[in-house]
Design a protein around this ligand. Structure first.
Ligand code: GDP
Length: 468
């Protein structure tokens, strides 16, 4: 398929969602303004909302079927497999230098003072820097807060041949190109900041990635996780057993409810009903042509009550989840060996789900979403976030390019000309996004459908020694 066809197909798909977000939100606002004496009007609005939602589901279902029958589906699968193979072979090459003693190295310390998702994202950032600077990444993981004896007991070592760096010759970032060992700080303290940090993707892969994938940066991050998370035998057995014990099977929607320490500090509280509305919508979309799909969700949380509450309120759903795992995930017991199994299993099962409903403010769900990209040619649209759009902690600015001009209609909106770049802060999921027009420095709301994502590309080593 041509690049233009694939971009348009995906744009239609996401803008059907945006169109419905807009109308349902506006109609919801109108309904609130209806006086108590006008019950009939409120009822009419409800009916428009109901049939409108069916319209949207029918369209989304058709667009998905269009993809399946347009003749390019086999190509998508082949291309996804080839690109992933290429990336995995490059990473293997980087991590297994012929002459370890003389290979240049980058030291990464796993034990950043934060949760599992945050620590893994820290390692991925190190790995990207290693890839960009052609240094073998040395992962220091002794004393890991989730598993004291280190990474290698849980996941396969990041190298088969080269696991130590000569501490006596280590220098701090940025150092010089010829220095044998560099130690990398956390992304927030990185000075200077190189251009290849997320959300940039490598220029050499970019034409293929843009054609294949709806959000190439998520694919790119997912490939590093794919390499890192190759499980040890014990972990693999545990994941298989956990999956069987819970009775996890597809079709299933993965729901992640992040509560405890996150609520009120980094994210807002969202009631279970809000998650379930989107779950229901997903199933109704699958069922629009008359098929029946069993209502099944996998629910992961750091609050066992979320699982219990969902089971009480939604008896028509099969709710797979382990309140015991959620209890272990609470702040007081979180950083232990026992809790580690729980978070690995939860992220694994979330990533295996057909669709994710969660808050992207949490690194747990973002990570599940990233891993999900390694399981489909393009799973960019398989999520509903109740808060943030996708981001990577410490990322460079995220720009969207204006494709349809916009004249602000009130003091909250911004003016936009075709070609302007808008630094996007978030999507309000009501048809509008918020951002800053980099041409005018004006900050405010704009209709989400009037922009397209600007994929940042950067020149990176070509790894020509690795056969394409
Ligand atoms: P964030 O704080 O939500 O952005 O994600 P982090 O992964 O950085 O830190 C949160 C930590 O809380 C996780 O790493 C887990 O230890 C724990 N946690 C949060 N949600 C869950 C969950 O759904 N299941 C399990 N098992 N643990 C969780």
């Amino acid at each position: 398929p041509s690049l233009e066809y694939e971009l348009l197909r995906r744009r239609v798909q996401s803008n059907v969602g945006e169109l419905w977000n807009y109308f349902s939100s506006e109609l919801g606002k109108l309904r609130k303004r209806v006086a108590p004496t006008q019950a009939e009007l409120a009822q009419d609005i409800n009916e428009v909302l109901q049939l409108g939602a069916e319209h949207k589901r029918s369209l989304l279902n058709d667009i998905d079927r269009l993809r399946q029958v347009d003749g390019y589906e086999a190509w998508r699968h082949r291309e996804a497999r080839d690109l992933s193979d290429l990336m995995q072979r490059r990473l293997h090459f980087l991590q297994n230098p012929k002459d370890c003693a003389n290979a240049r190295k980058l030291v990464c310390k796993l034990n950043k003072g934060c949760g599992y998702g945050c620590q893994l994202h820290h390692v991925v950032y190190c790995f990207i820097v290693a890839y960009a600077t052609e240094r073998t990444m040395i992962l220091k993981s002794r004393g890991w807060r989730y598993h004291k004896s280190g990474w290698e007991e849980v996941f396969q070592p990041v190298s088969e041949t080269c696991l130590e760096a000569d501490a006596a010759h280590a220098s701090n970032w940025p150092g010089r190109h010829d220095m044998p060992v560099l130690v990398l700080p956390i992304i927030d303290s990185l000075m200077p900041r190189p251009p290849y940090l997320p959300l940039a993707i490598p220029e050499d892969l970019s034409p293929r990635l843009k054609r294949l994938h709806g959000d190439p940066i998520v694919w790119w991050i997912g490939q590093f996780l794919k390499y890192l998370l190759r499980p040890q035998k014990g972990t693999l057995d545990f994941l298989e057993a956990g999956r069987a014990k819970l009775g996890f099977k597809r079709p299933i929607v993965g729901v992640h409810v992040r509560r405890t320490d996150k609520v009120g500090t980094e994210a807002a509280f969202h009631p279970i009903e809000e998650y379930m509305t989107h779950v229901e919508d997903y199933f109704l979309t699958l069922e629009i042509n008359g098929t029946t799909v069993p209502r099944r969700i996998f629910l992961a949380s750091d609050d066992a009550r979320a699982i219990e509450e969902a089971r009480n309120k939604y008896p028509q759903y099969e709710i797979i989840g382990d309140p015991e795992v959620a209890r272990m995930a609470a702040v007081s017991t979180r950083y232990t060996d026992t809790a580690l199994n729980g978070i690995i299993l939860d992220i694994h099962l979330l990533s295996l789900s057909d669709y994710l409903v969660c808050t992207f403010s949490s690194q747990v769900c973002r990570m599940a979403y990233e891993i999900m990209q390694t399981l489909y040619p393009d799973a960019a649209h398989r999520f509903k976030s109740l808060d943030d759009i996708y981001y990577y902690g410490g990322q460079n600015s995220h720009n969207r390019e204006v494709v349809i001009e916009h004249a602000a209609r009130n003091h909250e909106e911004i003016h936009m000309k075709a070609g302007d770049l808008v630094g996007v802060a978030g999507n309000h999921w009501d048809g509008y996004s918020k951002g800053k027009n980099t041409r005018t420095n004006q900050v405010g709301l704009f209709p989400s459908f009037k922009v397209v994502d600007k994929v940042e590309t950067v020149k990176l080593p070509l790894y020509e020694q690795v056969q394409p």
